[in-house]
Design a binder for this molecule. Structure first.
Ligand SMILES: [Zn+2]
Length: 248
């Protein structure tokens, strides 16, 4: 059901002249209609579960992978939202976490586990699937984060995630570390984070070479996949990386 909170957010996002309805099933909840509140990927929503075009792209790609979610222990790098609900319904188990600056990793804050993806507290080979949406552009040392996701995945495990991605370009680092001090190379870019009600610093703009970064971090394969359908012209490329089936 649509909560008052979600209704308020929908009204806040609405541009009346861009409002459209379309007959198209949501990959998360199978509801048959989609609504466009405004002509942006975050403005395209499933009216029932609230999944945006980004989340629907991720789940559509996830459903094309050779993964039986009912047997999978999943780890999602957020603690709320339509993707969390979907994973909880479908997977054998789901662990959730959020990054809270200043809170020690492995600690709990208001019922939410705190983790820093650059140094996870989980044991090696704990999960068959890790997911995240719009996280890694905000991680200072993304190479460390990718290595940690690889470490906590089981052999053959999948890392399926989205970041803002410009496939026509190479990754642009927006900052550089000089003598232990981080300096902006480009004007600071911030993205809205609804969970913390804050703007979060963006360290880089990813390009097609993100798959090279994943292979360097240890993944046996890494590729960019497209969802099967476009929603009002919006579809997000999804990054899929698999850990080797062999012992690593
Ligand atoms: Zn839905």
């Amino acid at each position: 059901m649509m909560t008052l909170d979600r209704l308020q957010r929908a009204v806040g996002m609405l541009r009346p002249h861009e409002l459209r309805l379309r007959h198209d099933a949501c990959p998360l909840c199978r509801f048959a209609w989609q609504v466009r509140l405004r002509d942006e990927e975050m403005g395209v929503r499933c009216p029932r579960c609230g999944a945006s075009a980004v989340t629907q792209s991720l789940v559509d790609v996830l459903q094309q992978l050779p993964l039986n979610l009912a047997q999978v222990s999943a780890y999602e790098l957020s603690a709320q939202g339509p993707l969390v609900k979907y994973l909880r319904r479908r997977c054998r188990s789901v662990l959730l976490s959020e990054f809270f600056p200043g809170v020690e990793a492995g600690q709990w804050l208001d019922g939410v586990r705190c983790e820093d993806v650059q140094a996870l507290t989980h044991a090696d080979a704990s999960f068959g699937l890790c997911t995240s949406t719009e996280v890694f552009e905000h991680v200072e040392d993304d190479a460390a984060g990718f290595r940690e996701i690889h470490r906590v995945l089981r052999p053959g495990g999948w890392f399926v995630f989205t970041v803002p991605l410009d496939l026509a370009k190479a990754t642009v680092e927006r900052t550089v570390l000089e003598n232990g001090v981080r300096r902006n190379l480009l004007p600071p870019e911030y993205h809205a984070d609804r969970y913390r009600g804050a703007q979060v610093f963006c360290y880089r703009n990813y390009g097609a070479d993100i798959v090279d970064r994943l292979r360097t971090a240890g993944f046996a394969s890494a590729e960019i996949r497209r969802p099967r359908a476009q929603l009002f012209g919006h579809a997000r490329a999804v990054v899929c990386a698999q850990k080797s089936l062999g012992k690593v």
